[in-house]
Design a protein around this ligand. Structure first.
Ligand code: TXA
Ligand code: MG
Length: 345
């Protein structure tokens, strides 16, 4: 069902909210990616999310609230550091992992004593949560292990007949998931890079008194049980080139040329900067443009849709060059790396 992304129609939102209240599943746009939502406090409804996505039960969900004022409904305590991050970044693409209330069913958090929570800024997500009057658990609205849905058509492709309603609010603005951090009384740890850059979080933490460190490193592997290396996968094999364009360009071109000669149907996730390099091969390639590497917001926003479009074009090999690890580059690198390593846990 189409819904106005800026001013969602009240009747449509009420219909979706009624489905949430009675334990059903509604896919809806957020500012990051589409979410597959259910009443976070209803164990059977949350179970339904896992079944629809065929998601592993050890992969905990994010609970969405309309406002930080509702935190006491799902968490037992909010450390001052978490309050500061919420004040700075909510509503928006930052998820905080905090100690959970017993009211949140164990299935939602994969049995963990913590719950991941965020306040989305998208008007449709905001309106839906408010109208339902409930916290909404929502993972990305894709089949488990597939790339996240940034368009309603992606949700239809993956989950079409498994959800009660899909709200189509057009493209998800950021096109990449929220950043997930674990917050304690003394520090913050990055579990999943995403649409809020680590630099922005570190800046906010540095302003606190006393300043608080942002811990990077072994992001996610142990702290976030569902974070498998294989995630966000396209169907085709993805090959990555990392490094400065000047050094990697000849190798990038050679690898692509060889794959074409081998008779593979080759897709390229193409940065504007690499277009001249491949211009003469263009009619033998499927190309999904990512924009300029000087505009990482555009690259991040187009990444998942680009992988899906190359899959849809029947590619069996995909090539991409990474864009460093500064700013949104880290989230892009993370998603590309996971997509490129099928089977690696
Ligand atoms: O942007 C987003 O975050 C989207 C939209 C719909 O809000 N949601 C999303 O959800 O990406 P999902 O389920 O695809 O990813 C949730 C991530 C997983 O990496 C999971 O391991 C982590 O959050 N997570 C959830 N609960 C956790 C917890 N209690 N402790 C550590 N990590 C947790
Ligand atoms: Mg996901």
């Amino acid at each position: 069902m189409r819904v106005d992304a800026e001013h969602p129609e009240a009747a449509i939102i009420e219909r979706a909210a009624a489905i949430i209240r009675r334990g059903g599943l509604v896919a809806f746009p957020t500012e990051t990616v589409y979410g597959l939502g259910a009443n976070a406090l209803d164990e059977a409804a949350v179970q339904g999310i896992f079944e629809a996505k065929r998601r592993a039960l050890n992969d905990p969900l994010i609970v969405h609230l309309a406002s930080a004022d509702d935190l006491p409904r799902i968490v037992t305590s909010v450390p001052p550091i978490a309050r500061a991050l919420a004040a700075r970044f909510w509503p928006g693409p930052l998820t905080l992992v905090l100690p959970k209330q017993p009211a949140v069913p164990d299935v939602a958090t994969a049995g963990l004593p913590t719950v991941a929570v965020r306040v989305p800024s998208h008007p449709v997500a905001q309106a839906l949560i408010r109208a339902a009057g409930l916290p909404i658990a929502a993972p990305s609205a894709n089949l488990f292990m597939r790339t996240s849905a940034t368009l309603a058509s992606h949700v239809v492709e993956d989950l079409g007949d498994r959800v009660d309603l899909i709200l189509d609010g057009g493209p998800a603005p950021h096109g990449i998931e929220s950043t997930v951090v674990a917050v304690t009384d003394s520090d913050v740890r990055l579990l999943r890079p995403g649409a809020t850059t680590p630099e922005a979080i570190a800046d906010a933490l540095a302003e606190l008194d006393p300043p608080v460190p942002l811990l990077l490193g072994e992001a996610g592997r142990t702290a976030s049980p569902g974070l498998l290396a294989k995630h966000y996968s396209p169907r085709a094999s993805l090959f990555l080139l990392t490094g400065e364009p000047a050094e990697t360009s000849p190798a990038f071109r050679r690898a692509i040329e060889r794959a074409v000669q081998d008779g593979r149907r080759v897709g390229v996730l193409l940065l504007d900067e690499d277009a001249p390099l491949l211009a003469d091969l263009a009619d033998q390639l499927q190309v999904a443009p990512l924009g300029s590497e000087r505009d990482l917001a555009s690259v991040a926003g187009r990444l998942f849709a680009a992988m899906r479009s190359l899959d849809a074009a029947g590619c069996d090999a995909m090539y991409a060059r990474t864009t460093g690890s500064a700013g949104l580059g880290l989230a892009i690198l993370d998603r590309l790396t996971r997509a490129a390593h099928p089977g690696d846990e």
